[in-house]
Design a protein around this ligand. Structure first.
Ligand SMILES: Cc1cc2nc3c(=O)[nH]c(=O)nc-3n(C[C@H](O)[C@H](O)[C@H](O)COP(=O)(O)OP(=O)(O)OC[C@H]3O[C@@H](n4cnc5c(N)ncnc54)[C@H](O)[C@@H]3O)c2cc1C
Length: 374
């Protein structure tokens, strides 16, 4: 079977690797002439690393990753510690896979190395997938001005997916109402008061701050998310301790956040949406990339179990994924609201969090992090 993939982000690269592991031949089209990632980090929870381990990619990332001891939740205005979610060895023991922090370019380099090593993947950079037509026998699409044929097409073309909008006729991405300001900082420039062995999550009215080490501890990834716009994050709601970090960041990448309606169909005949093209969500569960990685495993498994009926296999992929992904989208949206509460609601949240033991806080994530392929 000839499988075509549009898009070489986390979803496209991981799908290609998962498909060749099942014996398929893949052609991957990426519109960018050079694969580059935004200069920022990504958290890979155990549900994602378990897939990367099974695909043989995780060992190649080991030099570049770091496993945080915990997620430390703090009040952004006052600095008070609200809760601890134990990770590190506790996550490995609980889920049989690590919780990893990595720079996006290191993750991409690891995935790309696996793609380039495989003779069954044809990678075409600088070729944009355009108009798509499909019937019961196959898919015909434009790639950089030439007509291409495949038995099926996986659209991994991100939150602004043209295939989602044109071939599926789904609405375009919707603003989340928040901007993320992203930066990385040399660890030597990080104030001593900021821990470098954890993921820090500072909650405040209308905005929050996340930081964690990347590049095996050489840099700190810093993200401020707030309901504002501009080149730099707003001063509020951050108090002295959070500001000590925000103020030493020399430059920010502002990133308006968008999501898509994940409840719309992900498959139409022999064409399927995957990753952000299917279900872009707010980053407040740190799951967009992880869900793209889960998708990649499941779509490859579905096609391997029904290679003679690709359309049925793609429908099986959506059936297997939809309930879980919609639950995660709701969780991300709920987290966004809870992280940014004001007044009495925020005070109540802080009391509730403060009363929860580390064991209870991690147990609440078992359904999410404990997912296993098949
Ligand atoms: C601030 C922030 C923090 C985040 N933190 C986390 C986190 O900690 N953990 C986590 O799991 N997720 C996180 N995410 C989400 C995660 O980054 C995304 O879900 C993930 O990158 C989506 O990958 P993708 O491959 O689906 O899409 P993309 O990364 O957008 O890749 C799409 C690719 O398709 C290409 N393309 C587009 N159109 C075409 C075309 N027509 N033809 C060919 N190629 C095309 C693009 O050039 C691009 O390379 C975060 C997101 C943000 C914004």
């Amino acid at each position: 079977m000839r499988v075509a993939i549009a898009g070489g982000g986390i979803a496209g690269l991981t799908s290609a690797i998962a498909l060749v592991a099942r014996g398929f031949t893949v052609t991957l089209y990426e519109r960018a002439p050079v694969l580059e990632e935004v200069g920022a980090g990504i958290q890979l929870s155990p549900n994602a690393t378990t897939v990367l381990a099974r695909l043989g990619v995780l060992p190649h990332l080991a030099q570049a990753t770091i496993e945080p001891e915990a997620i430390e939740i703090r009040d952004a205005s006052r600095g008070a510690r609200l809760g601890i979610v134990p990770l590190g060895p506790a996550a490995r023991q609980r889920y049989g896979a690590p919780y990893c922090l990595i720079h996006r370019s290191d993750l991409q380099a690891g995935l790309l190395a696996a793609v380039r090593e495989s003779k069954a993947i044809n990678l075409h950079l600088g070729l944009k997938v355009g108009a798509v037509r499909a019937d019961d026998n196959g898919v015909i699409f434009d790639a950089g001005g030439t007509e291409q044929h495949a038995d099926l097409l996986i659209a991994a073309d991100g939150v602004r997916s043209a295939i989602r909008q044109k071939f599926f006729a789904h609405p375009g991405p919707q603003p989340v109402g928040r901007t993320a300001w992203r930066a990385t900082l040399a660890t030597a420039d990080v104030p001593q008061t900021i821990r470098r062995d954890i993921t820090g999550l500072w909650l405040g009215p209308g905005g929050h701050l996340v930081h964690y080490p990347v590049r095996a501890g050489a840099s700190l990834n810093v993200v401020v998310i707030a309901s504002a716009t501009g080149d730099t994050p707003p001063p509020n709601p951050f108090g002295r301790e959070a500001r000590a970090l925000i103020d030493v960041v020399p430059s920010w990448i502002p990133w308006p956040l968008f999501g898509v309606d994940a409840s719309k169909p992900w498959t139409r005949g022999r064409v399927a949406l995957i990753g952000d093209a299917a279900h872009a969500m707010p980053p407040t569960a740190a799951q967009g990339g992880a869900q793209a990685i889960e998708d990649a495993w499941v779509i490859a498994a579905a096609l391997a179990s029904q290679p003679d009926d690709p359309a049925a296999a793609l429908r099986a992929y959506q059936r297997a994924r939809l309930g879980r992904v919609l639950r995660i989208v709701r969780e991300a949206e709920r987290n966004l609201a809870v992280y940014n509460m004001h007044g009495i609601a925020a005070a109540t949240r802080n009391i509730v969090l403060g009363a929860m033991s580390p064991e209870r806080l991690i147990r609440r994530l078992d359904w999410l992090y404990g997912w296993k392929p098949e």
